[in-house]
Ligand binder design. Structure first.
Ligand SMILES: NC(=O)c1ccc[n+]([C@@H]2O[C@H](COP(=O)([O-])OP(=O)(O)OC[C@H]3O[C@@H](n4cnc5c(N)ncnc54)[C@H](OP(=O)(O)O)[C@@H]3O)[C@@H](O)[C@H]2O)c1
Length: 247
């Protein structure tokens, strides 16, 4: 319960990795602000966190609509007064080979995965600067480092998040705010549910640890980056891929 009294804002908290990050931060005692589009899943995550003994509120926002997001996130932050930790986790895929990719699929992925992280961080950072303390974790992906055919839009957004992380880390370090990224490999969530058995088997041959990751595997990395012990880490990319990507 080392995070009692802190407020953590997590985007994409309705399911998958975001839901698990909410649960680990609730285990740590942090109060939570859970962002996703309004849904039963979002309410379910909120109730699970409340059962773990923390205050949790939903902030239903569409990250694919920059204008309403900008308004909604400012209202939300204004009401809360401050956010100690921000986890930009929400993300989507709209896969296809470049020559067939529609511009709307390119733009939708860049808007939800990258522009929304910028808008939310810009809304949250002033309160961290005032507090002279804060942590930001951005959910990138190993494919943002390696590339992946059929995912030019997704990989561009995830590589973009790494550049965003490194630049913001340099901007705010003197204010005692750390900014790091997490780069998961293939994790079992609704995002990867569509993989055929054959595609899954082929993938597994590339993962030295021989299994897909779990949302918990990723959430544990985020728990660490938000822990007191990670206070001297900024501008890093934590690779959680079972060895799929090694540098
Ligand atoms: N799964 C993997 O293998 C993997 C690997 C590397 C990186 N990642 C990254 O990890 C993050 C979480 O992925 P996941 O696997 O947990 O995905 P997921 O199960 O598909 O969950 C995505 C989350 O993003 C939210 N979201 C999507 N569009 C949104 C929108 N327009 N407005 C607000 N919220 C929106 C969803 O909420 P609603 O739909 O309820 O609004 C949901 O909570 C993503 O950034 C993803 O790119 C995942």
């Amino acid at each position: 319960m080392s995070q009692r009294g802190k407020i953590t804002l997590i985007t994409g908290a309705s399911r998958g990795i975001g839901r698990e990050i909410a649960r680990v931060m609730a285990e740590e005692g942090s109060d939570l602000v859970l962002v996703a589009r309004a849904s039963e899943d979002l309410e379910k995550t909120r109730l699970e966190c409340v059962e773990l003994g923390v205050r949790a509120e939903s902030l239903p926002l569409d990250l694919g609509d920059p204008e309403s997001l900008e308004k909604g996130i400012h209202e939300g932050i204004g009401r809360l007064g401050r956010v100690d930790y921000l986890v930009n986790n929400a993300g989507i895929t709209r896969d296809g080979l470049l020559i067939r990719m529609k511009r709307e699929d390119w733009e939708r992925v860049l808007t939800v995965n990258l522009t929304a992280a910028f808008i939310v961080a810009r809304a949250v950072v002033p309160s961290m600067i005032r507090a002279r303390s804060g942590r930001i974790v951005n959910l990138s992906s190993v494919v943002g480092l390696m590339g992946n055919p059929g995912q030019t839009n997704y990989c561009a957004s995830k590589a973009g998040l790494i550049g965003f992380t490194l630049s913001l880390a340099r901007e705010v370090a003197r204010r005692n705010i750390t900014v790091n990224a997490v780069a998961p490999g293939f994790i079992e969530t609704s995002m990867t549910q569509g993989l055929s058995g054959a595609a899954r088997d082929a993938l597994l041959t590339q993962v030295p640890l021989g299994r897909l990751g779990t949302a918990r595997d990723v959430a544990e990395g985020v728990r660490f980056l938000l822990s007191e012990g990670a206070g001297y880490l900024t501008g890093t990319v934590l690779n959680i891929s079972g060895g799929l990507h090694m540098e």
